[in-house]
Design a protein around this ligand. Structure first.
Ligand code: PEP
Ligand code: MG
Length: 582
């Protein structure tokens, strides 16, 4: 027996033909239904009309402007640099923490000598100050893009500065965001740090961008402001004024949502926020299983900020971030001062220092190989020690010195460990200095052999950002692959489960310090998989602590079981949410 078909070319004619029912791909179906999905970055719900940054200055249009007398053009450029950097500096002074650092970095970039020299060269070749600025920025942007990773992400900053300089030279208003009169949702392809840094979270209540990844400036600033944020979500066609709801937890933007649904979600979110505000720690499930809640820090100021919050310590001190822009290796003395600053901020509380994770998206002149073909799979993290063992031993000496000065016992872990021998060698280096050794689980090989790594080290910390990247063979910075590098991928969760089971078998701690720990729903799943601590951006501490505190271990285990069995991240999220009654 044959099944009837809806249509066939031989039986249908002209305009009366009924087209075959072709199923719409998921993303297209979402667009048509007014539901856009992307990568969730900061959780929470916010609703309001869409605003967008002012249109960018027409940079191509200025390329044909006639050049003037070179000294005059150079003086105009210098005046524009002064005006733009004065404005950025004023904003930096009014800001604090990471926001201020981002703006100070922008001031450094606008006054960059290399950029000025490139502009002067173009001006002497007959270009106007405006055209010379665009040409010089193009050259620098191409250079950064070639370097890839974090360097390529800085191209947005550079282009933003270019627009500001050209607007200043043309006497146009500064491009950027005008503060809206009512709580609004900011949509854009990507956001420049100079704009996002001064956002008022009572007026701009959520962010969504079509580009960017979890480490873009948009994501960093949203996390600091504590406003819901989704990146890599198709929002470029949504007109200004459209009412949208941003669900930063689910990674969704809903157009013209049903008012009753908005009311329900916003009210639930408000009470969740209030509960989070009231959370004082320590981390534990509703039935009393302790799960330490730690902060991720990068230097003394961020550590002091974290120490003032209900964090039980530091689960990840990214030591390389303090030295990213350096050409030469910092001395043992200088390193020891930095480490002591962080250890001091936390007094006797646990601090886990990660040794230099240079390479890949964090190239460092004094440590990494230039021009690697494939740096994410190259000589990064602990692998640098085989070429340059002194780099690691000097860092461990500096940590030991800081430990002695502060009378503390820091835990120390190595990034990018792939083999049992690497773990064994690292542990020996730590133990001779009376430091407590651990390793990060970021590579599937390490997760699979976690039980053997634990024969040598005292703890494990799962870096879910890289573990997702290496498990799924997908660049963690690629917006196109964001659904693959999602830690909700059941394959990644399986590796977490294997690692946690290895720790439990020998009674050694296994934490998670990647971005996954900052997701309140996923945090419950991680607890259900057996991890003993969660370390995250300071802004996420309270929400995660509250989330875990509202569920039992059995619920977490049930959520973990259904997430592991799901076919993809979206299904895993939905199944876990149901199991947790969310
Ligand atoms: C990780 O990979 O999850 C991690 C914490 O390390 P980083 O994000 O610094 O690479
Ligand atoms: Mg990593």
């Amino acid at each position: 027996m044959t099944e009837p078909t809806t249509s066939s070319p031989s039986t249908t004619t002209g305009a009366s033909a009924v087209p075959p029912a072709v199923p719409l791909p998921g993303s297209l179906r979402d667009v048509l239904s007014g539901r856009r999905t992307g990568t969730p970055v900061v959780g929470g719900i916010a609703f309001g009309p869409v605003i967008r940054p002012a249109p960018p200055v027409d940079l191509a249009g200025v390329l044909t402007l006639p050049g003037g007398e070179p000294e005059h053009e150079i003086a105009r450029y210098a005046a524009a640099v002064d005006a733009v950097s004065a404005r950025l500096r004023a904003r930096a002074e009014a800001a604090s923490g990471v926001v201020a650092e981002v703006l100070v970095a922008q001031v450094g970039l606008v006054g960059d000598k290399g950029l000025r020299k490139a502009v002067e060269k173009a001006v002497r070749g007959g270009a106007s100050a405006e055209a010379a600025t665009v040409t010089a920025v193009d050259q620098f942007a191409a250079m950064l893009e070639k370097l890839g990773g974090l360097m390529a992400e800085r191209v947005t900053d550079l282009r933003d500065l270019c627009g500001r300089l050209v607007a200043e030279l043309r006497g146009l208003p500064e491009p950027g965001i005008t503060i809206p009169p009512e709580p609004s949702v900011l949509l854009a392809p990507d956001l420049a740090p100079a704009d996002t840094a001064t956002l008022d979270p009572t007026r701009v209540v959520a962010l969504a961008t079509s580009l960017g990844g979890p480490t873009s400036h948009t994501a960093i600033i949203a996390r600091q402001l504590g406003i819901p944020c989704v990146v890599a979500v198709p929002v470029d066609d949504i007109p200004v004024g459209t009412q949208v709801l941003v669900n930063g937890t689910a990674g969704e933007v809903l157009l013209h949502p049903d008012p009753q649904e908005v009311e329900r979600l916003v009210t639930a979110d408000r009470s969740e926020r209030a509960a989070a505000e009231a959370w004082r720690g320590p981390g534990q499930t509703a039935d009393g299983r302790r799960v330490a809640i730690y902060a991720n820090v990068q230097d003394g100021p961020t550590a002091r900020l974290a120490a003032a919050e209900p964090s039980e310590g530091v689960g990840l001190f990214r030591s390389e971030l303090a030295f990213l822009g350096r050409d030469t290796e910092p001395s043992v003395e200088e390193q020891a001062r930095l480490y002591a600053d962080v250890l001091d901020a936390f007094g006797g509380r646990r601090v886990v220092i990660r040794t230099l994770d240079a390479g890949s998206d964090k190239p460092m002149k004094f440590a990494t190989l230039p021009n690697e073909e494939n740096p994410a799979l190259g000589v990064r993290g602990l692998r640098l020690a085989s070429r340059n063992p002194g780099l690691l031993s000097r860092q461990l000496d500096a940590i030991a010195q800081a430990a002695a000065e502060t009378s503390t016992t820091p835990w120390v872990m190595a990034p990018m460990v792939a083999t049992v021998s690497e773990a064994e060698a690292f542990a020996a280096l730590c133990r001779t200095r009376s430091l407590v050794p651990g390793v990060m689980i970021e590579i599937p090989s390490a997760a699979l052999l976690a039980h053997r790594l634990l024969e040598h080290v005292d703890f494990l910390s799962i870096g879910t950002n890289d573990l997702s990247q290496y498990t799924m063979a997908a660049d963690r910075l690629s917006a196109d692959l964001a659904s693959l590098t999602d830690t909700w991928q059941p394959a990644v969760l399986h590796l977490v489960a294997i690692t946690a089971a290895a720790g439990r078998a020998v009674g050694k701690p296994v934490g998670v310090c990647g971005e996954a720990a900052a997701d309140p729903l996923l945090a419950c799943v991680l607890v259900g998989l057996g991890v003993t601590s969660l370390s995250m951006a300071v802004s996420a501490l309270r929400r995660v602590g509250t989330s875990i505190g509202s569920v039992s271990v059995a619920q977490c285990e049930q959520a973990a079981e259904v997430a592991l069995a799901a076919p993809d991240p979206a299904a895993a999220r939905a199944a876990a949410a149901e199991a947790l009654g969310r």
